[in-house]
Write a protein that binds this ligand. Sequence first.
Ligand code: MG
Ligand code: MG
Length: 629
Amino acid sequence: MKTSIATVSISGELPDKLEAIARAGFDGVEIFENDFLAFDGSPADVGKMVRDHGLEITLFQPFRDFEGMPASHRQRTFDRAERKFDVMQELGTDLVLVCSNVSPVALAGLDRAAADFHELGERAARRGLRVGYEALAWGRHIHDHRDAWEIVRRCDHPNIGLILDSFHTLSRKIDINSIRSIPKDKIFIVQLADAPLIDMDLLYWSRHFRNMPGEGDLPVAAFTTAVAETGYDGYFSLEIFNDQFRGGSPRAIAADGHRSLIYLGDQVRRAPNVETLTVSEMPNRATVKGVGFVEFSADEKDAADLTGILRTLGFRRTAAHRSKKASIFEQGDIRLIVNTDEQGFANTSFAVHGTSAYAVALLVEDAQQAFARAVALGAEPFSQPVAAGEVVIPAIRGVGGGLIYLLDDNSDLGRYSEIDFVAVQDDEAVVPSHLVRVDHIAQTVAYDEMLTWLLFYTSIFETHKTPMVDIIDPAGVVRSQVVENVSGSLRITLNGAENRRTLAGHFIAEKFGSSVQHLAFQTDDIFATAEALRANGFCPLQISPNYYDDVEARFGLEPALTERLKAENILYDSDAEGDYFQLYSKTYGEGFFFEIVQRRQYNGYGAPNAIFRIAALKKLMRPDGVPKS
Ligand code: MG
Ligand code: MG
């Protein structure tokens, strides 16, 4: 699978774009005419710059409003084409994209269009060039790849072929089976884009909301599989128009794009009738069985506060690291590590972000396989020296530069807590609070990073994403989207903050980047947990009494239950499957907090309660948004 991306897909000046595209690992690049017009060098200079980066120019585009022009416009149209051919020869590319005519003067008729293309094919052949025809979803007469293919077929010229674009086909819900009967040599190139499902004008949707395959909701993998089933094994080229990407970092967007194609190739090669797609094999998406541990980096002073909170939550210190200043706190299947070591990455992370949950260990079937897949998908491997005899846990960099460790039960990795740590007796009197496992990890990220991390998690791990939800913060909107697996053993909520006055935005600004903002633990009995927490001196987040009047009316709860919820500051929600109870801690540091949940067949995350929780958390903060100590 040869990978390419259109220059229009990413931000920056042409040289920055090319540098980012090459660095991300693409084989080729589509040169968009506007990028080239805005650049001061000649077409030959652009061609040289592309080749100096080790890239190939996959095509030059677009050439608009060509086929079916009336006699009064026809000659000028062919003159324009010859000018494009001149530029292509100087650039050093042999393929031009002609998109279907949108001009109001264009005439209909497949044979008329085929005749125009035949003449264009003759002109292109004289120069050794090729022309690819693409049906725009909003073309005046041609807006379906089946009609574009019929024109190419009738034109019957070796220098004229078809360009398929997933957006144009899928946005109009055109049957992708129609692709399977197109001869592979007549498909000159395949362009790929995904998009979120939004009901709007096709042109506007395409120009502003396209995103990388796997980031949106269109069946791009099924489309690409249909293409690969023809035997086509040429370039797959991303053509993404997205306002957010145009303002984003060229390197990050290019890296996401490359990851999306590698992931797509891996999905398509597994389809039963795909025989010729050249992609390297990689292990399956990793099945996550649970959260192995969450590690906090802190200094001694913060660690004392944090440890105090953990004890009020019913955690006991069970083990001390043999060579580092780090301890394990445990309850049920939950392990939290508090690391105050002055060496190593934990300390570096503390220096930048302050106290934070900087590392999460995921328990997978096979850690080395999961690591290999992550690296194949462009994840950054992480390692640091360990003391002799200690376990080297495979790790990759995750959100905000934090770490994702990969553990399994098949090797020494499953015994890291015995090998690297020594068991200790906790003398503090702590009442266990019935917490059984990590329910979800909530990561707060800048809004423009959300798609990056959704693609990261869903491509590496066996997970799916749920639809985006808007959380209303009194100071703005926070977008929330969940990555989870079917069993619920991995649940990550990603919250994207657009402004720093929201609780999430404040957290990012003060933490100098994206990070875990809350950790939710599961209990099987929220009231028993609340009672134990009280005995430990835990201070729950105080919820407004008005909330309980509303919740009683909304869900028709028994007054006795509402009274108990109110007495313990427990929030309630229910869906078609079951119900959900939530109890929050106060904020710690710059807005970090803990949550305790009980699920009874309920699969959501209590989104309707977020506004009340945020309002209560904000009351704890000074007017400037800084937590009161
Ligand atoms: Mg296109
Ligand atoms: Mg939560």
